[in-house]
Design a protein around this ligand. Structure first.
Ligand code: ZN
Length: 210
């Protein structure tokens, strides 16, 4: 939703739902962990009744423990927290699961895959950032693909059903490489809302590219 028209988020949710998106991904920024500021829980809650899609909150915030429960209450099915902001990652993930949502860990481009090795038994999702978080429309960092492949091996070895998502610079030009490396969930913002033929054509083009 970061690339959606902020003056009409509800109708943008409906547009991508009709266009074939599987999830609504909320990039939540606190102006501290990242310079940008976006999407409080009330905004997410207001859009929740409008579509029947999976909602996920990607918390780019320095206080995820305080904010995560608010996004579960707002109706998010999944809450993703950054490894870099969680000195007590195990406890933070357990709290999200206890609140009733799926939980997942986000890794910035510099953060090694090994930082999640001891929480693989409790997570539902890993989000590997393919840009440095904070703004939409950034260029995909192909060097992260080796980490995507490493996380894919870790997931396969775990024997658990864990989604491997990528976020940042994903378009029809980059999605194929991310999926080949092991991703099974793609976050796309600019490529969807900025497509010259609109979101339906964009999502079809993305699907065809993988
Ligand atoms: Zn995101």
């Amino acid at each position: 939703m970061l690339a959606a028209d902020a003056s009409r988020l509800g109708s943008e949710c409906r547009t991508v739902a009709a266009a074939g998106a599987h999830r609504i991904h909320w990039d939540v920024m606190d102006g501290v962990f990242v310079p940008n500021l976006t999407f409080g829980p009330d905004v997410v809650a207001a859009c929740r009744p409008l579509v029947d899609l999976h909602f996920e909150a990607h918390l780019m915030v320095v206080k995820p423990d305080e904010l995560a429960p608010l996004y579960v209450e707002a109706g998010c099915d999944t809450v993703l927290i950054h490894a870099e902001t969680c000195p007590h990652l195990h406890r933070s993930l357990a709290a999200i699961a206890e609140a009733g949502a799926r939980c997942g860990v986000v890794l910035n481009p510099h953060t090694p895959a090994s930082s999640i090795s001891e929480v693989m038994t409790m997570i539902d999702e890993v989000l590997v950032m393919t840009v440095n978080p904070g703004f939409g429309g950034q260029r995909y960092i192909a060097a992260v693909e080796s980490k995507i492949a490493t996380v894919r091996h870790m997931i396969d070895d775990s024997g658990r059903s864990i989604d491997l998502e990528v976020d940042g610079g994903i378009s029809a030009a980059t999605a194929g490489a991310a999926v080949t490396a092991g991703a099974n969930v793609l976050v796309a913002g600019s490529a969807v809302f900025g497509h010259r033929e609109g979101p339906t054509a964009a999502i079809k083009e993305l699907s065809n590219s993988v």
